[in-house]
Write a protein that binds this ligand. Structure first.
Ligand code: G1P
Length: 273
């Protein structure tokens, strides 16, 4: 059973400056709610009971946001007819109960962030959600948990990207199983157009095996001097650990760049949520 999820949140968010000079990017509102709440709700609806947030000292605002229940309580005492405020209070309290915090104070990459959760993961597999990637109109995490049970494999979300864009993503080498699923033969972090084995990209939803912590302890830094989760996955695939890809049909929204963020707000407000 997959009941725990980790969310790396220590990134600096430089692609969203100047907004991120004072607000953590994951708290930026998308149609009136912090982007991070959409990610949490996806996890909760997929059966997740505990989230581990990897933050940094610079991003304590995230902890403050979810630990502000007393502040609401005080205001509600004065304005006890405010229904919306009460709902927000209950929502924050619910989230707070489910979240633990660990710290990654140096931006050493996603692999390094994952390793910080080593002592918290109790089961053989866990979910990781990257908050820059929103997937709407399908609960991708839930679909991936189903695929994990069906194939008894680790699972990574995927979508096809244009050839000219491959160097923005992790890219799979694969063997197709059916329209929605494939076996992962290899995965390369941000390859050049010439070196890309396919156009099938990694999107930020992963069901990873606990074994990955052992690999990460020895994983050398890769591109840009960072420890990439992609490289640790690659090591496991080479050791014949079963990884499958899941091609989701939900709508993908990239919230990590200014253009993507603006578009996400427009798109989400047009969906009937
Ligand atoms: C990360 C991963 C990359 C993946 C992407 C999905 O990259 O390293 O493999 O394709 O997330 O959003 P980043 O967005 O941190 O550059």
């Amino acid at each position: 059973m997959i009941k725990q999820a980790i969310i790396p949140l220590a990134g600096l968010g430089t692609r969203l400056l100047p907004l991120t000079s004072v607000i953590p990017k994951e708290l930026l509102p998308i149609n009136g709610r912090p982007g991070l709440e959409y990610i949490l709700d996806e996890g909760i609806k997929a059966g997740i009971k505990e989230f581990i947030f990897i933050i940094s000292n610079k991003k304590k605002g995230i902890k403050n946001y979810f630990y502000n229940d007393l502040f609401y309580k005080k205001i509600i005492k004065k304005k006890n007819k405010d229904k919306r405020l009460k709902q927000e209070y209950l929502k924050i309290k619910k989230y707070k109960k489910m979240i633990k915090f660990v710290y990654q104070n140096k931006p050493n990459g996603t692999g390094d962030a994952v390793l910080k959760c080593k002592n918290y993961i109790k089961t053989k597999f866990f979910l990781m959600l990257l908050p820059d990637d929103l997937i709407m109109q399908e609960n991708c995490s839930l679909s991936m948990i189903r695929q994990h049970k069906k194939f008894r494999s680790s699972v990574i979300a995927s979508r096809k990207v244009k050839k000219k864009d491959v160097s923005r993503w992790g890219i799979f080498k694969l063997k197709k199983i059916n329209k929605k699923s494939f076996l992962i033969d290899d995965v390369i972090e941000k390859p050049s157009v010439l070196n890309a084995p396919s156009q099938q990209s990694v999107i930020g939803r992963y069901i990873l095996p606990k074994k990955i912590f052992k690999v990460l302890e020895h994983q050398k830094a890769g591109q840009n001097g960072e420890v990439h989760i992609t490289d640790a996955i690659r090591t496991l695939v080479k050791k014949n650990e079963k990884f499958t890809g899941y091609i989701f049909s939900g709508k993908y929204l990239d919230c990590g760049t200014m253009k993507g963020y603006i578009n996400s707000s427009k798109k989400i407000s047009s969906y009937n949520l």
